[in-house]
Design a binder for this molecule. Structure first.
Ligand code: ADP
Length: 256
């Protein structure tokens, strides 16, 4: 698509939130989906841009992995998760011939695709664009921050589990945000305790409070904890029809 860099498909997007984590598997995509659902429930129109090029998981979580994107004059039409078109998604998964294909790309190719995602997805009017990123601070993150320079990003949401092995990596994310001028909205501690579905007693499987402690030490807002929820995990694995069937107990409320 020639001349795409000049397109301004984000001009009707009111808020941009970037979801970051130091490690993989801590629940970044889960928090992205939960945040999108919470915002939808609050009557907002939401877009999700999945820039985890080597491990895109949102299409599967939303049961959209078999969908394709189409072209229109303004660029790529994102895939909509519901009939009312309140949640739109763009992911590399939709561009691969086979969803299981591995993406083995060097930095410049990743950078080019992310810049194209920023300029060429015809989101239309959105209240929120949530960007799900790969773990760490790599080419994808730099390409995103550079590509979004002309827009005002609300900030980054940092996801961690309570253990020191994850919070340590989130410190590096904080440094990345400070170096690149990305405002930090706050830290979410995921997998924070397990509430037994039978007796409702909470066990701190991975300890508790590491995210809150880190927020205090780094002078960042702590947004809240999400417990380990077997029902949520099951829904994400199966990619259920998400709007009616996602467990409401786990719906993320920190932004309400
Ligand atoms: P990341 O995006 O950080 O790699 P994911 O969001 O893909 O992590 O989550 C990793 C796995 O953990 C997924 O299988 C997801 O279903 C599960 N998971 C994440 N958060 C929770 C939670 N609060 N309760 C239960 N399972 C969770």
């Amino acid at each position: 698509m020639e001349g795409d860099e000049d397109k301004d498909n984000l001009s009707s997007v009111k808020h941009i939130v970037v979801v970051l984590s130091g490690k993989g598997g801590v629940g970044k995509s889960t928090v992205t989906v939960q945040l999108a659902l919470s915002l939808r429930q609050a009557g907002k129109r939401v877009g999700i841009l999945d820039i985890d090029l080597c491990g895109p998981s949102i299409p599967r979580m939303l049961n959209l992995q078999s969908k394709d994107v189409h072209q229109c004059d303004a660029g790529w039409v994102p895939v909509y998760a519901d009939r009312e078109r309140t949640i739109a998604l763009m992911s590399i998964s939709f561009l691969l011939e086979n969803v299981n294909d591995a993406v083995v790309w060097r930095g410049p190719k990743k950078t080019a695709l992310i810049k194209q995602f920023i300029s060429s997805v015809a989101w239309g009017e959105l209240d929120y664009l949530i960007v799900d990123t790969p773990p760490g601070t790599s080419d994808e993150h730099l390409a995103l921050v550079e590509g979004l320079q002309r827009y005002s990003i609300d900030g980054a949401l940092l996801v961690t589990t309570p253990q020191a092995v994850s919070t340590g990596d989130v410190r590096r994310e904080i440094t990345f945000c400070r170096k690149t001028g990305l405002h930090i909205l706050g830290i979410v501690e995921n997998m924070s305790g397990f509430v037994c579905p039978h007796c409702e007693e909470c066990s701190n499987v991975f300890s508790k409070g590491g995210g809150e402690e880190l927020a205090k030490v780094c002078g960042v807002r702590f947004l809240g904890c999400i417990p380990l929820d077997p029902q949520l995990s099951h829904s994400l694995e199966e990619g259920r029809d998400f709007i009616e069937e996602f467990p409401q107990s786990a719906t993320f409320t920190a932004f309400k």
